[in-house]
Design a protein around this ligand. Structure first.
Ligand code: ADP
Ligand code: MG
Length: 703
């Protein structure tokens, strides 16, 4: 490594962000919301993606959702007055044309657009009513000069938060990098180059500099795709840090003891399974068996159950809870949304009350008195099972004898939340058992990385009699036929979902759009009772609507993607998804999983707005072609290959900053080897890497 001058300051990890110019308490607090406390945190706050202003895109090659810099001649200028006043400017460059749409403008602004005038625009491309458009793009009227719209650079776009602009983040990162170069806050490279795959042996400092501020001459395409060695080097280190964290977690957990729940042939769990109106599937039985075997052992179970949507994970979780209860312990079930927590509470109560087992709901929004009563029931042990959202691990909730923690739809929770709940029941050397459930289909190598601390079970069959959901792909110009279909299903006594997806940028607008859709559907479908749920409704109202839908009082439920996870209404057999082309495969699969849960033949209509991009077309085709979650995950991996837009790192498995477990999965075997060797050879380096990438929120010592 290069020699550094004797340093004036402390290491980057010990230097608070307030050491940077202009960072006072207010800004520091906003940075803290992004989990940035030190200069090191800032250096590792990596760009989500880049705005590519290095070249002009031919208008004819644009695709919806891409951000692009274009140059062309104004062909037509017009003001329209529909629902909103708008200024429409048509720009052409010989390869195609594009509409620039402005809602906020004055006369002076409008006059700047003259026919024949050439200009540049940078913005996100979207599908408009007559073709592709950009809404309020950044403009440059003098295309000759070095322009604001086209800076000739890749501009990093960071994960941000309210009150913290990209510009501020860019400035702070630049200063942090500058200080790094000058040796003001040294950043030790803890990864011996020998552990890095050949071709990725880029020094840490260089890799960080390149990723934050790609110098001219950088292989732009490689950087955008994530195949650039600097980016891959950081991805490798990040994956390694997570793997090391998992290794540690597993070691620490194995040091604890756990209560042993012996087999009881006529106990609560067996009686529950026998009382169900259906036979558990062989796969459910097998997984229950694996869990029961774990629960008998005096070490904490750490088991991941993966089962496709509708495979019946809830029953498995309930059986596990009852095994804890019959041994005199309590169980806690954590769900990612209030909607799902409410549903689980309902089901558990229905199943367990006849067995004399008290189930309570822990919610962040109960009345003070209600909350107190629930807390007391758990503290004294009167309530045996608690169901709730992350409200469960709030400080004030205490359990008398917590023996099992179940986390449903794990992909919605971070490692931190999982640990916090586990810590609840940890007393001295004893920790509760843990059962993690997810519907995200994960190839085995990925599971190892995301859940390296866990054992793994799969429910690999659906309950009998489920016909696969028939899926059709329909352009939204044929909405009338879809309405027809909804009214036929309702007339036949069945129910339907109508999902409004994110067309608008903000949640508020999205909810507004859902309200509008519900109103129009109610108008178009007289005689059908239409309900609405979205994220911004008062919780009590949400519960009421879901209850009414479950009972069948509401026939058509208009919803935002809040219903994506877990919702179970078997009589609903038709699902319409609007703007399906905008959703990823995993999300489409989850949404579609809301139907096909009963005996009725179910259908899913994917409405899209033409024109479709190539990738979107293949996604929708995949949905039409298969209902198998693993197959869908495989296709997803294929489609996310090089060339796909950036910003797809979120796989829902891990909270990763630079790595993408799908894109970078070829690194995993070497990551595994490196984790093995580093954790033995240099434990302090392993610790430092964990702290750097996984964060201090993980209090390993306490688990
Ligand atoms: P998921 O795995 O998506 O969480 P659920 O646990 O919500 O699935 O189960 C889906 C539906 O299938 C529920 O209505 C549940 O009661 C039902 N179910 C579960 N197991 C069986 C089975 N063995 N036979 C028939 N229906 C079942
Ligand atoms: Mg479920």
């Amino acid at each position: 490594m290069t020699a550094r001058p004797a340093t004036a300051g402390a290491a980057a990890r010990r230097t608070p962000v307030t050491a940077l110019r202009g960072v006072g308490p207010a800004l520091a607090e906003r940075l803290a919301r992004l989990r940035i406390g030190s200069v090191q945190d800032l250096l590792f706050h990596l760009p989500l993606r880049y705005q590519d202003r290095t070249r002009f895109h031919p208008i004819g090659s644009l695709r919806p959702r891409a951000e692009a810099l274009v140059r062309g001649t104004v062909e037509h200028v017009e003001q329209v007055q529909r629902r909103r006043r708008a200024l429409l400017v048509t720009l052409a460059d010989g390869t195609g044309w594009l509409v620039l749409r402005f809602f906020h403008f004055n006369l002076r602004f409008a006059r700047r657009f003259q026919r024949g005038q050439s200009l540049q625009a940078f913005g996100e491309v979207r599908a408009g009513p007559t073709g592709l458009e950009m809404v309020h793009p950044e403009l440059e009227f003098d295309p000759a000069g070095q322009t604001a719209a086209g800076t000739g650079r890749l501009t990093p776009v960071y994960p941000a938060t309210e009150g913290l602009t990209q510009r501020t983040l860019q400035r702070l990162v630049a200063e942090a990098l500058e200080g790094l170069r000058k040796g003001r806050w040294p950043l030790p490279d803890r990864l011996p180059p020998a552990l890095l795959p050949e071709g990725l042996r880029v020094p840490l400092e260089e890799a960080l500099g390149l990723v934050h501020a790609p110098p001219p001459g950088t292989d732009v395409a490689a950087l955008l795709e994530g195949s650039h060695p600097a980016r891959r080097r950081l991805a490798f280190e990040e994956l390694l840090a997570h793997q090391l964290a998992m290794v540690r977690l597993r070691c620490l957990a194995r040091r604890h003891r756990a209560p042993s729940f012996p087999a009881r042939p006529a106990g609560l769990a067996e009686r529950f399974l026998a009382s169900l109106p259906f036979e558990p599937t062989p796969a459910q039985r097998r997984v229950v068996g694996e869990i029961f075997a774990d629960l008998q052992r005096p070490v904490p179970m750490l088991r991941l159950v993966q089962g496709d949507v509708g495979s019946g994970k809830t029953v498995v979780a309930a059986a596990a809870c009852l095994r804890a209860v019959e041994a005199g312990f309590q169980a806690a079930v954590m769900a990612p949304t209030e909607l799902l927590a409410e549903q689980h509470h309902g089901a558990f109560h229905r199943w367990m009350a006849p067995l004399g087992v008290a189930v309570v709901r822990v919610s962040g929004r109960q009345s003070a008195a209600g909350r107190r009563a629930v807390r007391e029931a758990l503290e004294t042990g009167r309530a045996a099972v608690a169901v709730g959202t992350h409200a469960l691990f709030q400080e004030a909730v205490r359990f008398a004898r917590l023996g099992l923690v179940v986390v449903d739809e794990q992909h919605r929770f971070g490692v931190h939340q999982r640990l916090a709940l586990r810590r609840k029941g940890t007393e001295g050397a004893t920790a509760p058992h843990q059962l993690i459930m997810t519907a995200t289909p994960i190839p085995r190598t990925l599971a190892m990385t995301a859940y390296g601390d866990l054992d793994y079970s799969v429910i690999d069959e659906l309950p009998p009699g489920r016909a696969p959901v028939q899926t059709v792909v329909v352009p939204d110009t044929r909405r009338d036929e879809v309405l027809e279909r909804v009214s036929r299903a309702c007339a036949a006594g069945r129910q339907a979902y109508w999902v409004c997806t994110l067309v608008e940028e903000s949640e508020a607008l999205q909810c507004q759009a859902a309200e509008e859709t519900a109103r129009r559907l109610a108008e178009a479908l007289p005689g059908i009772s239409v309900g609405l749920v979205h994220g911004r409704m008062p919780p009590a109202e949400k519960d009421r609507v879901m209850g009414a839908f479950k009972e069948g009082a509401i026939q058509l439920l208009v919803a935002t993607t809040v219903i994506e996870v877990g919702v179970d209404v078997p009589n609903a057999s038709l699902m319409i998804i609007e703007n399906a082309e905008r959703l990823g495969l995993a999300q489409l699969h989850q949404l579609r999983g809301r139907v096909g849960r009963g005996r009725a033949r179910s259908a899913c209509v994917l409405l899209y707005r033409p024109p479709l991009s190539e990738v979107a077309r293949r996604r929708l085709q995949a949905m039409r072609g298969t209902t198998d979650g693993f197959e869908i995950a495989r296709i997803d991996l294929e489609l996310r290959g090089p060339g796909e837009v950036l910003g797809t790192r979120q796989t829902g498995l891990l909270d990763l900053r630079v790595a993408d477990v799908l894109r970078d999965h070829d690194l995993l075997p070497e990551v595994g080897r490196a984790a093995h060797s580093l954790s033995r050879a240099d434990p302090p380096a392993a610790e430092a890497l964990i702290e750097r990438w996984v964060g201090e929120g993980v209090h390993f010592g306490e688990v």
